[in-house]
Design a protein around this ligand. Structure first.
Ligand code: SF4
Length: 90
């Protein structure tokens, strides 16, 4: 799982994100948001103009969407850092 933040204050409605990850959709205001019913969307919260979502799977698509966004309105990061690394210690 990973966390996706979409800053709608920065979003310019270019929709480069939509074609790279269909969990991003256009809303009635003409800005991008996250479809809470899309496959791979675990949770969507809204804090003002900030959309905070938890995605499951398809991190490559989300990262492509973030990279394609001209105003960098999308941030993708690991939800939690509980990954174990058994090879990390000798
Ligand atoms: S690519 Fe960026 S600016 Fe364009 S709609 Fe998506 S979030 Fe908004």
């Amino acid at each position: 799982m990973f966390r996706v933040e979409l800053d709608r204050d920065a979003c310019e409605g270019i929709f480069a994100c939509l074609v790279r990850d269909d969990r991003f959709v256009e809303d009635e205001a003409g800005l991008a948001t996250v479809d809470p019913d899309a496959a791979g969307v675990v949770d969507v919260d809204r804090e003002g103009e900030r959309v905070i979502a938890t995605f499951e799977g398809g991190v490559d698509d989300a990262e492509l969407a973030a990279a394609a966004c001209p105003p960098n309105a999308i941030t993708v990061r690991a939800e939690d850092d509980t990954t174990t690394d058994p090879g990390g210690e000798r």
